[in-house]
Design a protein around this ligand. Structure first.
Ligand SMILES: *Cc1c(COP(=O)(O)O)cnc(C)c1O
Length: 366
């Protein structure tokens, strides 16, 4: 068996090769490359897909996050509660603005533990940043209630949760702003960097629209000091092609994961759990294993590639040494960093590949 990669972006391209190539040529030949009809159409289609009133295309998921906090006026002296076990970009979205991240331990579904949020709220707390990690919706009933009760802003990091729902409502629509990434490996992936925010608030949408383009509403008239974070026509066009196939792509991944859940039966491996009321769009299939590092070596030897999402939690990262946390500050977060493992999962994964991954995992003896 040829080495099986944890992800295969080429498969996702070849699935709709003709459509992608036709769209790329159309954009190239249009003579219009920044903020045109493709971006406008994508914004409308994506807002519609999520069930949100407005979408503003941006250059990346990180931009979506930091610009979200910027337009909400959250910065120096403010605290934002975020789960400890997230990709570091969630935290950078907070700290780029000078605000302080306050880490919360995760629950058994790898999302923020809603029961631990209230004890972290101080006079400085301005917002909760929810990350729907690995593609599963967080416990939004409780989180929305806490945000309301304490008059906090609610921002959702949906970089991994395009189309995931909680009680029938899509992630990204529960709070003030939903932040999306379309990095190539995400469930809705571009062919380069791309991101967006969604919101129901026309003022927020307008502020982000102005901010992404140097703070300018009208060319050469600058309302605020903004940035350059424009989604380009090529990425928007290609995203429209992929978005038109989202249901099929999602169904394919769900079927793959249902098979994993049914057929992986090694007692040394803990399978992911699904929260009641939540849907999982399976950005990653994340298992837990006490002897994780040994499992990685074993799988490597057998030609099965894996990735750890994520080996170093943000609070222990060198970048955040200034926050002063140590090993032991967040035991659950740290335990996850030592035991989680993402196994191969991608659109276009063949039955042969998946059967081999399952058989190899089931033969692991520790
Ligand atoms: C990918 C990701 C981001 C950042 O998105 P980029 O487009 O790479 O900037 C933010 N948060 C989470 C949870 C992510 O997975």
């Amino acid at each position: 068996m040829e080495k099986i990669s944890p992800n295969r972006l080429d498969r996702g391209f070849y699935k709709y090769q003709e459509e992608f190539e036709a769209k790329a040529l159309e954009v190239l030949r249009s003579g219009w490359y920044i903020l045109g009809n493709e971006v406008k159409s994508f914004e409308e289609e994506f807002a519609n897909y999520v069930g949100s009133k407005h979408c503003v295309g941006l250059a990346s998921g990180l931009d979506a996050l930091w610009i979200a906090f910027r337009v909400l006026g959250i910065g120096k002296g403010d605290e934002v509660i975020v789960q400890g076990n997230t990709y570091i970009a969630s935290v950078m979205g907070i700290t780029i603005n000078g605000a302080t991240p306050v880490f919360c331990e995760p629950d058994e579904y790898f999302n923020i533990d809603a029961d631990k949020i209230e004890s972290l709220i101080t006079e400085k707390t301005k917002a909760i940043l929810v990350v729907h990690l690995y593609g599963q919706a967080s416990n939004m009933d409780k989180i929305v209630a806490i945000a309301k009760k304490h008059n906090l802003r609610l921002v959702e990091d949906c970089a991994q949760s395009h189309g995931a729902k909680f009680n029938g409502k899509a992630t990204g629509t529960f709070g003030d702003i939903g932040c999306f990434s379309f990095y190539p490996s995400k469930n809705l992936g571009a062919f380069g960097d791309a991101g967006a925010i969604v919101t129901d608030d026309p003022k927020i949408a307008d502020d982000v629209r102005v901010f992404r383009n140097y703070g300018s509403e009208k060319r050469y008239y600058n309302r605020v000091v903004g940035t350059n974070s424009r989604l380009d026509e090529m990425q928007a066009g290609l995203l429209r092609v992929r978005l038109s196939h989202m249901q099929e792509l999602e169904d394919e991944k769900r079927a793959l994961c249902e098979k994993y859940l049914k057929e992986i039966n090694n007692p040394l491996i803990e399978l992911p759990k699904i929260r009641e009321g939540a849907t999982h769009i399976w950005h990653q299939f994340v298992i837990k294993c006490e002897s994780r590092d040994k499992l990685i070596d074993y799988l490597n030897e057998k030609n099965v590639g894996t990735i750890i999402h994520y080996p170093i939690p943000p609070h222990l990262s060198e970048a955040y040494a200034y926050l002063g946390f140590k090993e032991g500050s967040y035991p659950i977060t740290e335990k996850y960093a030592k035991t989680v493992l993402s196994i191969p999962l991608y659109n276009g994964e063949t039955k042969e590949e998946q059967d081999y991954v399952i058989k190899t995992l089931n033969e692991y003896k520790g």
